[in-house]
Design a protein around this ligand. Structure first.
Ligand code: GCU
Length: 680
């Protein structure tokens, strides 16, 4: 099939670069289908190569290893791998990797496993061809590792071609049409497969008029993209509008319990699968920020999600139904309405009511992808529902790909968080149990894919953590550095690696230091969300407040005196967050309203922490700028120049944040800086 062709193409390409060749055992007269085996041996050094040499440098087979002519594959290696594996099933995507004698063997039960095994060999580089090593089985922790593109087909008048996109135009769409840049689409598919991503939603969750039609008369456009992604084992999903029967076909209602509506979805979905047999399913943002949903008909989200799930079920499709539902027409004077509570309040009571092909997609924090939030309590509240945890790889609130902000440490913290305390399951465990990991894409048509070249590491880290959530952020970054910069060929490999780690490892915490303090969030400019504006969202209807006054700041979300949000967590966190003494410093202002002279665990007052962290954050960016200069001449000059340009802006913006936040809280609190630095 096409996937096996992809693997052969990849191997062929790799071999050609080293003077090697590929022999396909399926072409042999006695070949018969069985296991998938890819056996690789290093090419002989050119000096040793003779025209009559019978050793093939690489042989690959999608047949029974016994049927592969001995001249091509070291059968002992393959047999040994089989023995070591002892019949363990590898699954649809898993693979086994071993090195025996002079041969590196990848075994898989299915073509996608062979593909991922090949990328693992690439990741290991020369180490894959080193000393013998026993068989190691690799299987993904998460079955679906999905990217949501917030791409519009027609450029939106305010949001543009890609909503919250910071890497140029859409990779799929331009000015109302598919881009039809096949080479680029293939390269993108290859990039995603190398990261481990296996599903993509091709349009924005906010579904506007043109995009609504992708489901029906513009389905061919979606099919074209599916054709480009399929060879790399990536399935296509589509964001649909809940009002589709009304807006596309003039039905009088989109009521999920109406028979005509159910028939409409069944028929639309039948046509989708007739055109795209491996279609993944629908993604729906309903009753959220103005999108239509079941509330209009007096129905709830289970009714809505189940309607689409029923239509998809015969084909094995799934609905990703987003839990990002809250009141965006709030009055800031109303302290009882708490946006952080909303997803739990709407969805937890519905646990157990969703069909089994509904996956409830929950943002990892209760608010909206801030630089610091607690984990969403919804993740612990719905044992009878499949959950997808949603990350934001696009850096809407984390510097918009103008700031270097390596997000893997943040995601890793979230994935390792144990909602039921030590000994209980982690967020990664919950998601792995029938759910997914999903992220909003950061890719566009920019020539570095992600605007900021270092933001590629976030894309890579998302895919890798979804495959293996226990990987450390540092290890993932090392992999990315090896694959991207090939330090082994650099004239200063140690300096290159060390500098990239210094620039990136702690960059998320640096960003946190110079932006909104102690988990309170927002303080960004309204609309585009870039740069500081402490009161930008304070009196708006969006429910995103810090409640700073002359006496203190923060949101009281306790049960005792606040909105009661802490009660949405199971113990021990319900107690930890409730308690001013136990609440972690970094989340203090998310959960509590405190006076400026409140003393943190760190021993500093809140106000002094604000000043210090903002000075520290800017100093760290200054250091980053200096460190980056050391890499001039060590990496591609274009990449170096692009990052240098972005760092100049990051430093400017970090200083702006520091000055605005410090000045604001100096004026509010009247407290001077203990170190007498200027508070502009
Ligand atoms: C944020 C973002 C929106 C997006 C929304 C969502 O609010 O600013 O652009 O539509 O999240 O996740 O649906």
């Amino acid at each position: 099939g096409p996937l096996v062709d992809t693997v052969f193409g990849e191997v062929e390409r790799a071999c050609a670069g080293h003077g090697g060749a590929v022999r396909r055992a399926t072409d042999e007269p006695d070949a018969r289908p069985a296991d998938l085996v890819l056996a690789l041996t290093p090419a002989l050094p050119a000096a040793d190569r003779r025209p009559d040499d019978v050793r093939e440098p690489i042989a690959a087979s999608d047949t029974d290893p016994d049927a592969v002519p001995a001249a091509q594959v070291d059968l002992d290696a393959v047999r040994a791998a089989h023995v070591d594996l002892a019949g363990a099933a590898l699954g649809a995507e898993g693979f086994a990797l071993t090195r025996h004698g002079q041969v590196t063997v990848v075994l898989a039960d299915a073509p996608a496993g062979l593909l991922y095994g090949l990328f693992q060999v690439v990741r290991l580089g020369e180490a894959a061809f080193g000393p013998e090593c026993p068989v190691r089985v690799h299987r993904p922790a998460l079955g679906r590792r999905m990217l949501d593109h917030w791409d519009n087909v027609d450029p939106h008048p305010v949001m543009g071609q890609v909503e919250r996109g910071y890497a140029g135009g859409s990779i799929f769409w331009r000015d109302g049409r598919p881009r039809r840049d096949r080479a680029r689409a293939r390269a993108y598919a290859r990039l995603l497969a190398a990261c481990g991503v296996n599903a993509v939603a091709v349009n924005n969750v906010n579904v506007h008029a043109t995009e609504a039609r992708l489901l029906t008369d513009r389905l061919d456009d979606v099919a074209e993209i599916a054709d480009e992604l399929r060879p790399y084992a990536i399935r296509v999903h589509l964001s649909v509008t809940f009002a589709a029967p009304v807006v596309l076909d003039g039905l009088p209602t989109a009521d999920p319990l109406d028979d005509a509506v159910r028939t409409w979805w069944a028929e639309a979905t039948r046509r989708v699968y007739a055109r795209i047999p491996d279609f993944g399913g629908y993604l729906v943002k309903a009753d959220s920020e103005g999108q239509p949903g079941p509330f209009s008909y007096g129905r709830d989200h289970a009714d809505g999600a189940n309607l689409l799930a029923e239509a998809l079920a015969p084909y094995g499709g799934v609905v990703h139904w987003r839990a990002f539902v809250y009141n965006h027409r709030q009055d800031w004077r109303d302290r009882s309405t708490d946006r952080a509570r909303a997803a739990f309040d709407h969805f937890a009571p519905l646990d157990g009511r969703f069909r089994d092909n509904v996956i409830l997609q929950v943002k990892h924090g209760p608010m909206d992808f801030q630089a610091r939030e607690p984990v969403s309590p919804v993740i612990a509240a719905m044992p009878g529902t499949r959950l997808a945890v949603e990350f934001q790889v696009t850096q809407e609130y984390t510097g918009q790909q103008r700031h270097v902000c390596y997000l893997a440490p943040w995601w890793s913290e979230v994935l390792r968080y144990r909602p039921w305390g030590d000994g209980g399951r982690s967020v990664a465990d919950v998601a792995a149990d029938g759910g997914d990991l999903v992220a909003v894409s950061n890719v566009g048509d920019d020539r570095f894919w992600t605007g900021h070249p270092l933001a590629q590491a976030n894309l890579y880290a998302f895919g890798r953590l979804a495959w293996e959530p226990g990987l450390t952020p540092e290890a993932v970054l090392d992999e990315w550095i090896d694959l991207t910069f090939d330090p082994a060929r650099s004239t200063g490999p140690a300096l290159l690696r060390r500098t990239l780690h210094e620039v990136m490892d702690d960059s998320w915490r640096t960003y946190e230091r110079y932006t909104a303090p102690l988990g309170v969030g927002f303080m960004v400019r309204p609309g585009h969300h870039y740069g500081p504006d402490v009161d930008g969202y304070e009196y708006t209807p969006w429910g995103t407040y810090h409640f700073a006054d002359r006496d203190g700041l923060g949101v009281d979300r306790t049960r005792a005196t606040g909105t009661g949000f802490t009660g949405q967590y199971p113990p021990p966190w319900s107690q930890v967050y409730e308690s001013l003494d136990e609440c972690p410093d970094e989340l203090l202002l998310f959960f509590h309203h405190v006076p400026y002279d409140h003393v943190l665990h760190s021993g500093k007052t809140v106000i002094q922490h604000i000043y210090d962290s903002h000075f520290d954050g800017v100093r760290e960016v200054e250091e980053t700028v200096g460190r980056w200069q050391r890499l001039a001449g060590l990496i591609d000059p274009d990449v170096h120049a692009r990052v240098t340009e972005r760092l100049t802006e990051q430093l400017r913006c970090a200083r702006e944040w520091r000055d605005q936040v410090n000045a604001y809280f100096h004026r509010k609190s009247g407290t001077p800086d203990a170190h007498h630095r200027p508070l502009h």
